[in-house]
Each structure stands twice: as structure tokens, then as C-alpha cells.
Design a protein around this ligand. Structure first.
Ligand SMILES: [Zn+2]
Ligand SMILES: [Zn+2]
Length: 81
């Protein structure tokens, strides 16, 4: 059976630190703990979102769309929408 054509294969986002654009899905997870609160690392400046001032604000989060959940994102940070 053919792959679902509507599936999102990449999701370009802007790094809030260096302004670089990268694909959120192919970026590496950072190595911070605990598991489940990790974020993606920008491949350009190698920073993750864990120390971003908005990262711990609940209003900056939404339930992730299904395509994101399939890729390991239970929730989606609004800056990465
Ligand atoms: Zn960056
Ligand atoms: Zn991190």
C-alpha cells in the first residue's frame, strides 16, 4: 500500500536563538532530563529549547496534531508551530 500522501514529512521552524531554519522532524533531540521534556536541537547553533524563557509556560503549549504525535511530540511548543 502506498504511503499516505497527506503525511507531513518535514516541518521547517525558525530557531528562536540564531534565526536559522531547520526541519523539526529530522533534528536531534537534546540530551536533557527528564525524558518527555526534551526538545529538539537546532543543527546550526546546537541549542535546544529547554532554557528558553517560554518553555515552562503552559500557555505556550498545545496538544500536538496527530502527525506530530507520530513523531514523538505529545505536545507542541507554539514557537515550533
Ligand atoms: Zn539555532
Ligand atoms: Zn534540552
Amino acid at each position: 500500500m502506498a504511503a499516505e500522501t497527506s503525511e507531513v514529512v518535514r516541518h521547517d521552524v525558525n530557531c528562536p536563538y540564531c534565526g536559522g531554519v531547520f526541519d523539526l522532524f529530522s533534528a536531534s533531540w537534546c540530551s536533557h532530563w527528564p525524558v518527555g521534556t526534551q526538545s529538539k536541537q537546532c543543527p546550526r547553533c546546537a541549542r535546544c529549547l529547554c532554557d528558553h524563557p517560554s518553555y515552562r509556560e503552559p500557555r505556550m503549549w498545545m496538544d500536538a496534531p496527530l502527525v506530530f504525535q507520530k513523531r514523538g511530540f505529545p505536545r507542541l511548543f507554539l514557537l515550533y508551530l
